[in-house]
Design a binder for this molecule. Structure first.
Ligand SMILES: *Cc1c(COP(=O)(O)O)cnc(C)c1O
Length: 398
């Protein structure tokens, strides 16, 4: 079947909640993907950083197929022989004591919010139903009703009310705003160390540390949503390490599933995790043996293949090249590691139009908002591939 037929079929029967580039992918390997006509493209989106290990990594596919033939789902009504090792690897890699596995990123965030509220009542002594969670302008934490309740993006919210109360919004990258917003009822501060979906906004150096210290001083949980920035994306294993802070809780997703399976988790201290008791939270698929086998392997690959170091080096190389672009409509190139945003002054050509032109040069990336192009290839990218990509980017953007 031709690409056009596949697109027609998807459009005929699918709800139109996305606006994909007109390319139909059929196969992937490492940083490369192929369409239905056999054309080869470089994937510079990595499914929003879910493909840090590259497409169809052989070890992940092996873990998937081996486990799939043995046992895939037990529910948490029973133990399974894969979950413990995955949780251990996750906790030791992160330097934490306890993890709670879920599936999608949004479920991980919901878990973090529930955990923070319960901690607020059970450990901090916040009066019932008074817990507040502080979040930032332009945040992206997922798409559930509660999560969009504290989004500041009109597109994400319109027509979906009534919204969940209990959230306080402050500007990102403003530690004094956090200080002012904290009350005796504040349970947690939820933040992305770099705002990915908003357009790759990197806060000033020192911001996360200041915010963390403020949380410590006031007995507020510092929760880092590293669903997009985690596992090497920004040139450190976790983006919080750029400022040497260890949050009270991490939320992971995306790359934790190695690009093949939805795997998310919160990772925290034993004290914080202890607020969950049997029956208080759950997920039928969360922590299933297939996800656990894949998640364990996904972490091993990041560490064994030194993808964090590669992200740092290849990111620096790509950033340096992008900064040489002469197009007067470029407002800024920013990011860390292999999470790079190129912001345009919008009056010329939209980011979408550039992405369509890049597609014609066999580079797949996606705009975020009107004016920002995100470059986030799999972390397995090598020097030659960075150069190959830049030649084409230069041809299109100039
Ligand atoms: C993608 C993302 C989420 C949501 O993950 P889903 O798997 O799409 O639910 C949450 N937070 C951040 C920072 C993300 O980038």
């Amino acid at each position: 079947m031709s690409s056009q037929k596949y697109m027609d079929l998807e459009n005929a029967f699918g709800a139109m909640n996305y606006n994909p580039l007109p390319v139909v992918l059929e196969r992937g390997k490492g940083v490369w993907v192929w369409d239905s006509e056999g054309n080869k493209y470089m994937d510079m989106l990595s499914s929003y950083s879910a493909l840090n290990q590259g497409h169809t990594h052989p070890k992940i596919i092996q873990a998937l197929t081996e486990q799939a033939q043995k046992l895939t789902l037990t529910s948490r009504a029973f133990y399974n022989n894969r979950l413990g090792a995955f949780l251990e690897k996750l906790c030791t890699t992160v330097g934490m004591e306890k993890a709670l596995p879920m599936n999608s990123g949004a479920e991980g965030v919901e878990t973090a919010l529930k955990c923070a509220r319960r901690w607020g009542y059970m450990k901090k002594g916040i009066p019932e139903n008074k817990a507040e969670i502080i979040v930032c302008n332009n945040n992206f934490h997922g798409r559930t009703i509660s999560i969009i309740s504290f989004s500041t993006e009109a597109d994400y919210k319109k027509g979906f009310g009534p919204f969940t109360p209990g959230f306080v919004t402050i500007p990102f990258n403003d530690a004094s705003a956090l200080e002012k917003a904290i009350t005796k009822n504040t349970a947690a501060f939820l933040v992305e160390p770099i705002q990915g979906e908003a357009g790759v906004y990197v806060p000033d150096e020192g911001y996360l540390k200041k915010a963390y210290d403020m949380c410590k001083k006031n007995n507020v949980l510092f929760i880092a949503d590293e669903i997009q920035t985690g596992f090497g994306r920004t040139g450190k294993l976790f983006a919080c390490q750029h400022e040497n802070i260890q949050p009270d809780m991490f939320i992971f997703g995306k790359a934790l599933g190695g690009g093949v399976f939805p795997v998310s988790a919160i990772v925290t201290s034993a004290e914080v995790a202890s607020v969950f008791t049997p029956g208080s939270h759950g997920s039928t698929f969360g922590g299933n043996p297939l996800a656990a086998a894949i998640g364990l392997t996904a972490i091993e690959i990041i560490l064994e293949e030194k993808l964090v170091e590669n992200s740092y080096e290849m990111g620096a190389m790509l950033m340096k090249k992008l900064k040489t672009l002469k197009n007067p409509h470029i407002k800024e190139v920013r990011g860390k590691g292999l999470l790079i945003g190129l912001e345009l002054k919008t009056h010329n050509k939209t980011a979408r139009q550039y992405c369509e032109d890049l597609q014609k040069e066999n580079i797949l990336c996606k705009e975020t908002h009107e004016s920002i192009i995100r470059f986030a290839p799999p972390l397995v990218i090598n020097k030659d591939e960075v150069s190959w990509a830049f030649e084409r980017i230069q041809k299109v953007i100039g």
